[in-house]
Design a binder for this molecule. Structure first.
Ligand code: CAA
Length: 381
């Protein structure tokens, strides 16, 4: 067993780390404060091949694997988790879904510009009454001649406002429950499609999250991905990969919390000593470092399982539940170590605490991840 990065992976890490430190980190506090969407950074991510990392170059991607993707995600999120979620949705929910389940025509038309970063994608499954109970959809796609008419309300759509294309799940046959859900590629400019106002969120405030409203939107049949009724299976299989991306996002936040906490503990003096000399602080740092390392191993393992072509459901759920909880704990301890300064916005570490929280919620809550893990245990046992 080899825990070292390959030369190629180490070079990717170095390149993305430098970009994150020089271009992403500097404006992170201001973007969070004023909810500024990082347009210029997203454009640069596209130019660097980071928006379609796992897509073969034939379809405009960088042709890398999931392990490489987690390395890049960690580095970007160490600087700004808002930028990370924009990148994660486009890579592991949108491009991966199109690459795995799309036809060649769909890949030519939609995947190529998305993977090149020339366009941005969103993934829209949730509805006001369908969060964890994701198959409880009301959004309806009724067959109409050579296409469908889609009507309904979707919510909590990351990239909802800035995306060009949305992969959207709707009921083609309400009688069949989850087996009546289908997946569609919907262009934002189509008649009857409108976007709600951006949500005012606790964290990842520089990314946008919106409702989407569909009023009899005409979607051609060639924009259906997979067969009628395949949608829920496509959504859950895609979320297995998405959860690896969010686990890597959480890992980046946890690492950032450790970096800031250590630096501050070495600089801050109280009672005539650097506070890092006190065992109370040392134990906190030791626990943070241990959990960050364990999270990294779980994230890399989930990515490795996926790259090997095996089902990554359980490995992804374990990585996400552990890394997101490690991120929340590390960010909280980071604020604690900073004391009163940590509570002030200008120090920037309270942002880590607010950003960490969403990693325990989106793409399946920690409770849902435990359901996935327990079901797999029961299936195997
Ligand atoms: N891959 C492929 N198929 C799968 C699967 C997987 N990982 N997991 C289950 N399925 C299949 C099952 O085999 C079953 O198929 P059959 O009926 O043909 O046998 C079907 O899907 C239904 O499975 P379940 O009976 O297990 O479904 P369930 O209703 O009990 O739900 C769940 C399971 C795990 C709770 C699921 O609903 C879930 O993951 N919920 C959380 C939803 C979620 O993660 N939402 C995130 C939204 S995206 C987001 O956050 C967006 C963003 O912008 C960042």
């Amino acid at each position: 067993m080899n825990f070292e990065l390959t030369e190629e992976q180490a070079l990717l890490q170095q390149t993305v780390r430098r970009f994150a430190e020089e271009e992403v980190a500097p404006g992170a506090i201001e973007r969070d404060e004023s909810k500024i969407w990082p347009e210029d950074i997203v454009r640069q991510l596209g130019e660097m091949g980071l928006m379609g990392m796992m897509v073969p170059d034939k379809w405009g991607g960088a042709g890398m694997d999931t392990v490489a993707y987690t390395i890049a995600m960690e580095e970007i999120c160490r600087a700004d988790a808002s930028v990370g979620v924009i990148m994660s949705v486009n890579n592991s929910l949108v491009c991966s879904l199109l690459h795995t389940f799309g036809t060649d025509d769909q890949k030519d038309k939609y995947l190529t510009p998305l993977a090149r970063g020339e366009q941005l994608g969103a993934f829209s499954l949730s509805e006001p009454q369908a969060g964890s109970d994701a198959s409880n959809l009301l959004c309806r796609a009724e067959r109409d001649g050579d296409g469908y008419r889609v009507s309904g309300t979707k919510n909590w759509v990351s990239n909802g406002q800035h995306s060009d294309v949305v992969l959207l799940f709707a009921l083609t046959d309400p009688e069949k429950k989850h087996k009546g859900i289908s997946c569609f590629i919907v262009e934002k400019g189509w008649s009857g499609f409108s976007v709600g106002k951006p949500e005012d969120k606790l964290g990842i405030r520089a990314s946008d999250t919106t409702e989407l409203y569909l009023d009899e939107v005409k979607v051609p049949v060639e924009n259906r991905i997979g067969g009628e009724g395949d949608g829920f299976r496509i959504a859950l299989a895609t979320l297995d990969g998405g959860r690896i991306g969010i686990a890597a996002q959480a890992l980046g936040i946890a690492q950032a919390a450790l970096d800031h906490a250590l630096a501050y503990a070495q600089e801050r003096e109280q009672f005539g000593h650097q506070i890092v000399d006190f065992q109370a602080i040392q134990f906190k740092l030791a626990d943070m470092a241990t959990e960050v390392e364990a999270a990294r191993l779980l994230v890399r393992r989930a990515a490795f399982v996926k790259d090997r072509g095996d089902s990554a459901s359980s490995a992804a759920a374990m990585a996400k539940v552990f890394a997101s909880e490690a991120a929340m704990k590390a960010a909280t301890q980071c604020v604690q170590i900073h004391g009163g300064y940590g509570y002030m916005r200008e120090t920037g570490v309270e942002r880590l605490m607010r950003d960490a929280k969403i990693t325990q919620i989106y793409e399946g809550t920690s409770e849902i991840q435990r359901v996935v893990i327990a079901r797999e245990l029961q299936r195997k046992g």
